[in-house]
Design a protein. Sequence first.
Length: 448
Amino acid sequence: MTQAFIEKSKKYLWLPFTQMKDYDHDSLIIESGKGIKVKDIFGKEYYDGFSSVWLNVHGHRKKELDDAIKNQLEKIAHSTLLGMTNVPATELAEKLIEISPENLTRVFYSDSGATAMEIALKMAFQYWINIGRPEKQKFIAMQNGYHGDTIGAVSVGSIELFHHVYGPLMFDSYKAPIPYVYRSESGDPIRCRDECLHKLEQLLIEKHEEIAALSIESMIQGAAGMIVMPEGFLSGVRELCTKFDVLMIVDEVATGFGRTGKMFACEHEHVQPDLMAVGKGITGGYLPIAATFTTEKIYEAFYDDYDQMKTFFHGHSYTGNQLGCAVALENLRLFKTEQIVEEVARKAKVLERLLGELHTLPHVGDIRQLGFMCGIELVASKETKEPFPSEKRVGYRVSLKMRELGMLTRPLGNTIVFMPPLASTIEELEEMISIMKEAIHEVTSVAV
């Protein structure tokens, strides 16, 4: 029966971000999970080394989260937020504003990080129209940025592999450089930071009167390969946006809810965004809830008599879903009672030391980490930083070896992603890094 199920998956499914020819060779179906491990239909267990794509917080089958959903089911599963609200959505909005940067006062719900970003873009665009400045229609996107896969989110993304084929569908945006210290000419974080900020400033000097907003991931670019921004870069971007009257949209979908050792990554540099998108960890990784936060100033630009046509005409069927909001509320309660953010900050220091052991491997070029967001860049030559040829698919092969050894993750090119559930213990982190080390050594030793 298990093999028949594999064949059924091959026959009927089309998986996201997956070349299905690869899946036909290396199929996997997850049946259950407990703690930070998942189990496939053959009974084999794997560490969830990427938090089921960056979103799991407390592990699988967390009793308190399970119970929150069960309790809500006894009341109602879903009702619309169009023109009305519900109890858990209202309570969650209050809790979210309490923990968000202080200038953010309003919550607009959606169902994924991409839609949360799409909402932020539309809000920023319409804001300037509503206040009588329709000339501000353009956006600045950061090189190598990724904000999701809807057309608006793709339009402010800049990863060639993911986005180039959709060029004719996208609206134009200006691109600003982001510091990638390991691959920079100088290799100096301060110089790299300042050069990028200078180029952004020059763009703003020339184009600010037509620019509505700038979108940026918070402190670390995820899909680009876990590229950590040098200290002072994000706050420098905030200063330039303020100076040139451009809204700042901060994407905290991957970085929010404790992932970097702060509740939100922008707290590392005390940055106050104008709009902020969140998702993934908001429900502890249980249900698809996302949100866009914004300031009272932006909210008030839409508040008027109906005939003024300033309404924000946007919404999704499952916006503010009660089951999702109920589990999100319990998730936030657990953050407080189990001191998740503080524990991540503490364990991240141990994790840094453990990851440092990978530097001894001859093909580990760079290790980038912010809290529990980690990327290990594999190179053909440590001395020259020459990358492995893409056709060798070294990162993919390492991930398959890790799967064989009992741990799941997905690489970003030749960068191995390590984003374990926030509840992972030190012992579990040690075991996962041991698997990673063995897989990297075995694959790269024959890849050159």
